[in-house]
Structure formats: C-alpha cells, structure tokens
Design a protein around this ligand. Structure first.
Ligand SMILES: O=C(O)CCC(=O)C(=O)O
Ligand SMILES: [Fe+2]
Length: 447
C-alpha cells in the first residue's frame, strides 16, 4: 500500500471558527444587505447531498458517560468492570482471531495476532449499572447522527471484544460488513494498561492515528470512542507491553431519515442546529471527506433543480471566512474541492450571506421560516442608516432562486440573537440574524 497519505495529527489545532468570526464581526456589521431575499429550503435532496459531503469519514471523542462500574460477564462468569476488567477471565474464554483473505477465512499471526470474544459470549450487567451502559450506547449513537451520518437513524450493535496481548497487532484491512444496514465500526477500549498498539485510519487520502487509552477528566476516566466508515482502511500497531481490550460495534443505519436535529423539543430547529454545530466543534475530532462520489451527487442535484426552473441554486459554505476571504483562492479543504468541481459545470459566485429567521408562532411548535440575504459591500449602500434597516419591508423573495440550508454548516453557529459572541446590531427586533457565506450556482451561459 502507498505510504504517502497525508497524516492529520489529532492535536493540530486550526483556529476555531468562532474566533475567526470574532475577528471579522465588526467588519461584517459595517455591511448592509439586500432587501430581496432568497427563500430558504431545508430537508431537500440537495440539502441531504450537501450533508453527506459534510459527513466526517471518521471521528473520535471522549464518552461523557461514566462507565466505571458497568459490570462485564463472559459466558456468565464475572469478568470485572469496564474500568477494571479481569483480563485473565477474558483471555480464558477467547479464541484466536481469523481474518478474510480472498474468499478464505484464515489464521496468520504475521498479519493478525490477537484473540477475541463474540458478542453472544458477553453481557453487561443489567442490575442498576446496566442503564449506564444503555446511556453510553445512545450517547454514541447521537454523536454519530451529528457527524458521520448526519440526519440518519443510527444504531449500535456489539460485534465482539478484541484482545491484543504483547506482540498483538492487525495489519491494514477494511472490516467486512455484516448486513446491508452495516455502514460503520465503533471501537472503544476498556481500561487496561498497554503500550503502543495505536489505531491507524486511512480514507480517501486522509490518515490519522488514534490513542485509544481512556483519559482522565476531572479525576474520572473516560473511554475514547473511535468510529469510522466500514470502507476505511485501518491497522492496529503491535502492542509492546500489557493487554489491549477493545469492544467493537457495528453501526447500522435505519431506512428512515431522523426527524429531529437533536432531541431537544423545546428548541427551534435553528437553535438545535446551532447547538449541534457548537457541540461538534468543541467535543469531537472530525476529518474532511474527499469522496468524489459525494461531490458528484451534489452536482447532479443542482442540475436537477436548474432543469426544474430554479436558475439560482444557493447554499452555505460549511466554513466561515473573513469577508475579504470569501474568494475562490482562499477556500478551505472540502469547500475548495466542491467549488472547483462545480465550476467545471456551472457559473459559481461566492457571496457573504445573512440568514434571517421569522418565527411564526411560539417556539414550542418549532415553526421557523428562513430567508437568506446577500451582504452588499458598504460602498454600494453607504446611505442606509440603521433606522431605515429597521423599517425594511420583509417578504419580497427572488423568483426562480432558492437557498438550500443543510443540517451541517457553520453559518448556523452565528444564529442566536442574544449569544454574547453573536450580538448583532439589535435593529431587527425579534429576529435572529446569522452571518456566513454562500455559493450561488447558475447554469453556464452559452457564449
Ligand atoms: O482493536 C482494534 O482497535 C481494532 C480491531 C480491528 O480492526 C478488527 O478486529 O477488525
Ligand atoms: Fe478492523
């Protein structure tokens, strides 16, 4: 296999988007914006294609659920707890791990050296602490629904416990799938002592190394959860000391799309989206997805909309930028790849955008209508005093043009009207305002 995959270290820390926004906010406030709006559409084929593109091919995070006292049983025998497992009991029942080579299932310690226990041999105590285990599983499911499988219904199924003693390792491979619904793997290590045995992941030219040791957080040990698509290549480096015990789960997707953005019924959809993005940005390590098939799906959906008569198809960039950086040459990662791909087929223009929410009815019924406005450079609209902005006649929208708002995009971070970081000029009472940038995509004009 090639060895030139770019390595993304999990401790490289690009500037947080909110701090970028803090730097550019004043500048943005000096802009005015167009009166006529783009109607915002959500939950369409295009927003889903954009969400698929924004999905991270692998993620890692610390589980916030305390699993310390969760009991483990092997074939009915007590095998300690999650945080203090009885390695010898687990080893006693384990069998050597085979792997698939071509059509065969083989044992070859030079490629894979480890043992395992199957899910049916394991149980987590259901007496009291069992609920903690259930809570852990649903936490992980929630996180995957907001990062790797945006908007999908996800469920976790225990597959096995992998045991790697000294010298244990598993060379590069992709996991075999166990059903049509199986699209991801989740790994979480129990609390034992071991050295090396890092997990390496590689997908579409993006690679990373994950340290799976549970980590201390205010005196409590928290397990590290790693998840990746089933077609992600991965490898376990040789363990040099101790024993590494790793639970492996299958991630299964249900047919239907999940309805709620996150399960917070008292929040409006925009608030839920804001919280989702804020949580993901601060707690979960995610990685860009560079899959060309996902870009093609976005192209196809845009073409379809153009054919249906929507001549301007717009949507937010997943990242935030300085106003002056809303330019092709400054686009980051997947934004840049998407722009280049779209430009081959369409006329694409980048523009800073403001999203405005009109709340019809109270928060509890979650009815929000959104409108997207283009910012105008201040020179073009210098005259507008803030008093006249307050008197705007809202409601005029462009014909044959729509702004498609996916679930996963940074523009929503700037959504809440009263957030200290997001305080906008308070001239539009009762309305939330947002800042960010959009791509406006039109059919290529014939020369
Ligand atoms: O133990 C691990 O971290 C991963 C094991 C693995 O990749 C497998 O068993 O398929
Ligand atoms: Fe694997």
């Amino acid at each position: 296999m090639d060895s030139d995959a770019s390595s993304v270290s999990s401790n490289s820390e690009p500037e947080h988007e909110l701090s970028v926004f803090e730097r550019i906010r004043e500048h943005l406030d000096s802009f005015s914006y167009s009166d006529v709006a783009y109607e915002v559409k959500r939950e369409t084929k295009l927003t889903r294609a954009l969400d698929n593109l924004a999905c991270s091919p692998f993620v890692s995070f610390k589980s916030p659920v305390e699993t310390v006292t969760c009991k483990l049983l092997v074939k009915g025998e007590d095998a300690g707890t999650w945080m203090n497992p009885d390695v010898s009991v687990l080893q006693k029942h384990a069998t050597p791990s085979p792997f698939g080579r071509g059509a065969e299932t083989v044992l070859d310690p030079t490629y894979r050296n480890g043992t395992e226990l199957k899910a049916y041999q394991l149980a987590f105590s259901l007496q009291g602490e069992g609920t903690q285990y259930r809570q852990f599983v649903s936490e992980v499911e929630d996180k995957l629904q907001t990062t790797m499988f945006v908007g999908r219904n996800v469920s976790l199924k225990l597959y096995k416990l992998a045991i790697y003693g000294e010298g244990g390792h598993f060379d590069w491979h992709r996991d075999s799938t166990h059903s049509d619904a199986h699209h991801g793997t989740v790994l979480v290590a129990l609390n034992t002592e071991w050295e090396r045995g890092e997990l390496m992941l590689r997908h579409q030219g993006v690679a990373t190394i994950v340290n799976m040791h549970p980590t201390k957080h205010s005196e409590e040990l928290q397990p590290v959860v790693v998840a990746f698509y089933t077609d992600t290549e991965h490898k376990v480096m040789p363990v040099t000391k101790g024993t590494r015990l790793v639970l492996q789960y299958d991630v299964e997707l249900a047919e239907q799309v999940s309805r709620s953005w996150i399960q917070l019924p008292s929040y409006t959809p925009m608030q839920q989206a804001f919280l989702r993005h804020q949580y993901v940005a601060s707690h979960i390590n995610t990685y860009p997805n560079l899959d060309q098939k996902l870009v093609q799906a976005v192209i196809d959906e845009i073409r379809e909309l153009h054919n249906e008569g929507i001549t301007v198809v717009a949507f937010p960039l997943p990242h935030l930028y300085r106003k002056a950086s809303v330019k092709k040459k400054y686009l980051k990662g997947t934004d840049s790849a998407l722009f280049d791909a779209l430009e081959n087929h369409f006329n694409v223009v980048l523009h800073p955008v403001l999203i405005r929410a009109n709340e019809d009815g109270d928060h509890s019924d979650c009815v929000e209508r959104f409108f997207a406005h283009k910012y105008q450079p201040s020179e073009e609209n210098e005259e507008e005093p803030s008093s006249s902005r307050a008197k705007r006649q809202w409601g005029r929208v462009f014909k044959n043009a729509s702004f498609y708002l996916p679930r996963a995009c940074a523009i929503l971070q700037l959504s809440l009207p009263n957030g200290a970081h997001f305080g906008n000029d308070a001239d539009v009472s009762g309305e939330a305002r947002y800042y960010g940038a959009g791509m406006f995509v039109e059919p290529k004009r014939e020369e």
